[in-house]
Design a protein around this ligand. Structure first.
Ligand code: ACM
Length: 413
């Protein structure tokens, strides 16, 4: 029996409740489910506050995909109905809005979050209610939840190619700078492991508060230390401030480039291309990527939201994950659409995304992606200097030898 038919017939015959299949859940009367020809989903990205600079574009990419799907007839004839909330870049507000979307609005899934701080804040809501959170952002890994579908890159997918390439090209004295929360610290843990093997010296590891905008003491230290590479995991408005102050100080990307995991076309547009030109970013997607699927995405995005807008490596997964949601829901009978059945149906699902073919790994609900290295040019777009030879498996515990995220949860190898 094909997997698709199995899911339908298993739901119909009650096999889900038999205990035969440990990863398939009981049909639970308390779960949110689709009803009245509508599939309600939450859209939880900040439209105000320090990370609105990027999250507002994630809202737009999500809405675009929902509109496209509805315009093409919906999902098995049912419309996707978005319930949009603004969590205002505040983790406590994220948790409050997530509770509303899951408990009051009874959404069967929620698309949301940029920062890991906000994802961590909503996680208990989704785990307690057995709902499903679709998270499009690059993040630090070290998480293994059956209630999150992770479509952004984990550290091995951004760093494995990037870090050795930078060390060889620029040298072995690195300055690590990040915003002060879990994501930059965990990314740097992995980076330092890679640097150890390459004989690179970390001359400083510094964290600034979220929203930090005054980098003069950092600039002074950069002048004094003269590192070969500034490895940056600052996020939100701070990306703009750091680049502008670096540029105003007359520092030179040719001898002291910033190598970022978080600087996309979006932040570049906000800071002005002059401040970004010459610096490097590693990501699975850049707006200039040449594929029919990307051309369609970029054209649709600009037509819907304005010719001055950009697409980038977080808005692309925010867009394609809605299509993966659609593919999963299409496999289900209307009466069976709930967070559990959606999760089971999305395992192993693949599609041709704007960046290339992507796939949801059944074991850990993370995504196979295509790492690339880009250098920002004076027009604000990136030139893609390198792409991995093949798509790359997500390894969410790459910094933690022996720990593996499986469908049974975290195991020690
Ligand atoms: C992030 O906080 N995952 C960028």
């Amino acid at each position: 029996m094909k997997r698709r038919d199995f899911l339908k017939s298993a739901a119909a015959t009650g096999v889900f409740a038999s205990g035969m299949f440990p990863h398939v859940w009981f049909k639970d009367g308390s779960l949110a489910r689709a009803a009245d020809g509508e599939i309600k989903v939450g859209v939880l990205f900040s439209l105000t506050g320090t990370t609105a600079i990027i999250e507002e574009s994630l809202n737009k990419a999500t809405i675009l995909a929902i509109e496209e799907i509805n315009d093409a007839g919906g999902v098995n004839g049912m419309k996707i109905v978005p319930v949009i909330e603004d969590p205002a870049s505040d983790p406590a507000t994220f948790a409050e809005k997530a509770r509303k979307l899951v408990l009051s609005d009874k959404c069967v899934s929620v698309f949301g979050s940029y920062t890991s701080a906000s994802r961590k804040a909503v996680l208990p809501v989704f785990e307690k209610r057995n709902n499903l959170y679709w998270y499009p952002t690059l993040y630090e890994g070290r998480e293994c939840s059956k209630n999150v579908i992770y479509t952004g890159a984990v550290p091995n997918q951004q760093q494995d190619d990037f870090v050795p390439w930078l060390a060889e090209k620029f040298g072995n004295r690195w300055y690590l700078i990040g915003s002060n929360y879990i994501y930059p610290k965990e990314e740097n843990n992995y980076c330092k492991k890679l640097l150890d093997g390459l004989g690179v010296e970390v001359v400083a590891e510094e964290y600034v508060p979220l929203g930090h905008s005054e980098f003069s003491s950092v600039i002074n230290k950069l002048r004094a230390e003269k590192p070969n590479v500034i490895f940056s995991t600052v996020v939100g408005d701070s990306v703009v401030a750091l680049h502008r102050q670096y540029h105003a100080a007359g520092l030179d990307p040719e001898t002291m480039p910033m190598a970022s995991l978080t600087t996309s076309e979006n932040e570049v547009a906000a800071m002005g291309a002059a401040a970004a030109a010459g610096h490097f970013t590693s990501a699975p997607y850049f707006m200039v990527w040449d594929s029919p699927e990307n051309q369609k995405f970029v054209e649709a995005y600009l037509a819907r939201w304005g010719a001055d807008k950009v697409t980038h490596f977080v808005s692309e997964p925010a867009y394609f994950q809605v299509y993966l949601f659609k593919q999963a829901v299409e496999k289900l009978a209307a009466s069976d659409i709930d967070p559990n059945t959606i999760r089971e149906a999305v395992k192993g699902e693949e599609m041709i995304a704007p960046q290339g073919k992507v796939l949801i790994e059944s074991e850990n609900l993370h995504t196979w992606l295509w790492p690339k290295i880009g250098q920002c040019k004076s027009d604000g777009q990136f030139e893609i200097l390198k792409q991995s030879a093949d798509w790359l498996e997500p390894v969410p515990y790459s910094a933690y030898a022996g720990q593996v995220c499986t469908a049974d949860g975290l195991t020690e190898a």
